[in-house]
Write a protein of this length. Structure first.
Length: 395
């Protein structure tokens, strides 16, 4: 009898805990969204945006067929999409597995601040998916429709290409939705671009995925600079890679060095990198110090230098340091010219001296940042030279 109250308490606890299935959803009743595209609508009032979602068809994916069905609808707000497109889809739209969001360049130029409120507010969205800007005349919808033989779901192919570009090439870093939202709050942010290489109309054809060399392909390309929610300009090539160096997101990349008069004759793979930012205050003005540490290995040597000699490796180390330094400085100068603090240096100044930051905060990006002194220090070392030290090329 004395254990009866305890048993009653245990039963009550289990009753509460075992009631967790009240909001369950059957898989066959859901339309799993893998990709979403946002383009400019027909007007600025009732149809501001045209939203497209790509829905996974599990049976087609399992059969090796193209498994992404696209549904589109003109809307004024993104919340409307959840209702309008549901009239065309076989089940309730399910967004937790969203793999990529593509935004048209026309929308990006007009402003993207209104697009992310619902994404941040709605618990269905996990804000860890990457965001890309569709470049040129191609719409975000067309980008999401390009078929490929390597991946049954086009949006998954975009996500894989972005991940591969970030990890193997290092030029274009991935920007997640939560990072875009934070950047919009702070004023400036960079977002990776994507473009269609080839005929836009043939990208959606089944024949495109049946060709050995598809006539239409997708390419990760450029970094879009956003200021006050609007696309201002693009960073290309080395300037885009400088963003990855500065933000300490460099995983791997290849740097080409000159060998005498022979341009880009030596290829160095960067296998490890670390970057840091330090701010000091001099005469009530901020001075920014960027430090980059990099380690690499020789992948290719198309000149007669003997890599077995320590003085030759020391020279290559210095060349590599200078190449990285110039890339970083190129990026800094371009964003200073755009008056966009995409690296959030302002927060570093605030941490260094709150009083100074309070005085310059309102004029930081417009007046102070473009004139701010930035110093770059690079320490690079080549750890390995491969299976041979001297190339068979003697000229």
């Amino acid at each position: 009898m004395r254990h009866k109250p305890l048993r009653l308490i245990v039963v009550c606890v289990f009753v509460v805990l075992l009631s967790g299935c009240w909001d369950r959803e059957e898989l066959q009743q859901l339309s799993i969204v893998s990709g979403m595209a946002i383009d400019k609508g027909s007007d600025k009032i009732k149809n501001r945006y045209r939203v497209t979602v790509q829905i996974i068809n599990p049976s087609q994916v399992a059969g090796g067929q193209q498994g992404g069905k696209v549904q589109a609808s003109p809307v004024t707000t993104l919340a409307e999409t959840l209702r309008k497109i549901s009239t065309k889809s076989p089940g309730e739209l399910f967004f937790p597995h969203l793999q990529v969001l593509v935004i048209g360049e026309k929308v990006a130029k007009e402003g993207i601040e209104d697009l992310f409120d619902m994404i941040e507010r709605d618990a269905q969205f996990r804000v860890l998916f990457p965001v890309l800007i569709a470049r040129g005349h191609a719409t975000a919808k067309e980008t999401l429709e390009v078929t490929t033989s390597l991946e049954a779901i086009p949006s998954a192919k975009i996500g894989d290409a972005l991940k591969s570009s970030e990890e193997d090439w290092g030029t274009y870093k991935s920007t997640r939705a939560d990072q875009v939202i934070q950047g919009l709050k702070e004023g400036s942010v960079v977002v990776t671009g994507i473009k269609i290489d080839g005929e836009r109309k043939s990208g959606n054809a089944t024949t495109n995925m049946q060709q050995i060399s598809p006539s239409t392909q997708l390419e990760i390309n450029g970094m879009a600079i956003f200021k006050n929610g609007k696309l201002e300009n693009w960073l290309e090539g080395h300037a885009a890679r400088g963003v990855t160096w500065i933000t300490n997101e460099m995983k791997r990349t290849v740097m080409n060095l000159n060998c005498g008069k022979k341009q880009e004759a030596i290829a160095i793979e960067i296998s490890r990198a670390k970057s840091s930012t330090h701010v000091t205050i001099k005469h009530q003005k901020p001075v920014i110090y960027l430090t980059v540490h990099a380690e690499g290995a020789v992948l290719e040597n198309n000149c007669s230098k003997d890599l077995g000699k320590s003085q030759v490796l020391d020279q290559l180390d210095e060349q590599l340091e200078e190449e990285i330094k110039q890339e970083v400085l190129l990026t800094v100068k371009k964003v200073q010219k755009q008056k966009s603090d995409i690296f959030n240096f302002g927060e570093q100044i605030n941490m260094a001296d709150k009083h100074v930051w309070k005085n310059i905060e309102t004029s930081w990006e417009k007046d102070i940042f473009p004139q701010t002194e930035v110093h770059v220090n690079v320490q690079a070392i080549i750890r390995r030279t491969g299976m041979t030290t001297k190339s068979y090329i003697n000229k």
